[in-house]
Design a protein around this ligand. Structure first.
Ligand code: PMV
Length: 317
């Protein structure tokens, strides 16, 4: 028996970094997925296979997560171990991951993988609800990144366009929008934790400026939510450019990222970093009128693709 589940990646439209300090962010899941296929195997092992590598551990040494060499695989072992313990199975489990989401560039690939693996592994025993899946996926992610807010896993599980803040959590943004974005990969790998630390240092050294930037970000995000509801692409695009400027001021852009934003600005409604920055990806807002020109131009300097909002979230198949 095979248990298959898939979950989407995400982009942050507004509010990254400032969200860490209580400001609202806007994010959505995208139509690029990771699929996890789980099945029982006779050997007493947990085996994980993905395009990024393979790893295996005995189910008789279940607590040894520290020994896992490839750090990104740790949450998947955590998920499988938990399911094996709770269901007292004598079999091992093999998990195969197939991804459409480029890894390590802020598109939520690790959260999507945790969501898909949680659903597919547990589906071997008893199908979990989305609420149950998201809880386990967040615990699993915290096995490698303790301060993880859970935002990525939540948007990946439930799908759609949402706002998020630390105090109030998630809220769906009611909108008829069928937005299209071009995602351009700077090909500069980033480490979210390092960039978050760098921003904290910037804040501590520039408290007044940072407070002013937080106020500006709040206004951008509130206007953006209104523009999303009105489907006002011109206004949204110019708010994205303003948001990018704030992200530049806190020092998380790079020459390559700024070049991508500059080029995207020529034909799209607006563009900005998405996610932690320090590399990673740029999103540009487009529609049918300017998508091709923007794509043709950005393709000269980066790998890019068009994406739309995913409204499904986790899917069992
Ligand atoms: O690199 P990403 O896309 O996972 O973005 C992290 C977003 C931050 O706001 C920088 C950090 C956070 O925990 O919200």
């Amino acid at each position: 028996m095979k248990s298959v589940a898939s979950a989407p990646g995400k982009i942050i439209l507004f509010g990254e970094h400032f969200v860490v300090y209580g400001i609202k962010a806007v994010l959505c899941s995208i139509d690029k997925r990771i699929t996890s296929t789980s099945q029982f195997v006779d050997e007493r092992v947990i085996r994980i296979r993905s395009s990024l590598g393979e790893s295996e551990m005995s189910i008789d040494s279940l607590d040894n997560l520290e020994k896992v060499q490839q750090r990104f695989m740790k949450p998947f072992f955590y998920i499988a171990q938990k399911a094996i313990k709770e269901n007292s199975t004598k079999y091992g489990i093999e998990i195969v991951l197939e991804s459409e989401i480029p890894p390590g560039v802020g598109l939520g690939s690790s959260s999507a993988a945790c969501v898909a693996v949680t659903a597919s592994v547990n589906g071997l025993f008893c199908k979990l609800s989305k609420d149950e899946v998201v809880k386990i996926a967040i615990q699993a992610e915290r096995s490698i990144f303790e301060q993880n807010s859970g935002a990525d896993s939540s948007v990946s599980t439930f799908g759609g366009l949402v706002s998020y803040d630390l105090k109030n959590g998630f809220e769906n943004i009611l909108s008829k929008n069928d937005l299209s974005f071009i995602i351009s990969n700077s090909a500069q790998a980033h480490n979210t934790q390092d960039v978050v630390r760098q921003v904290r240092k910037f804040k501590e050294e520039n408290e007044d400026l940072f407070s002013k930037l937080c106020r500006e970000e709040t206004s951008i995000v509130n206007n953006a939510i209104e523009s999303l509801k009105e489907n006002n692409l011109n206004k949204l695009g110019s708010l994205m450019l303003k948001n990018h400027d704030l992200l530049k001021q806190i020092g998380i852009s790079t020459e390559k990222i700024d070049l991508l934003v500059q080029e995207a600005k020529k034909t799209s409604y607006g563009a900005k970093i998405t996610g932690a920055g320090g590399g990673g990806c740029v999103i540009s807002l487009v529609d049918n009128s300017n998508s091709k020109d923007t794509l043709d131009n950005l393709r000269k300097i980066s790998d890019c693709f068009v994406t739309k909002i995913d409204y499904n979230g986790l899917r069992y198949s």
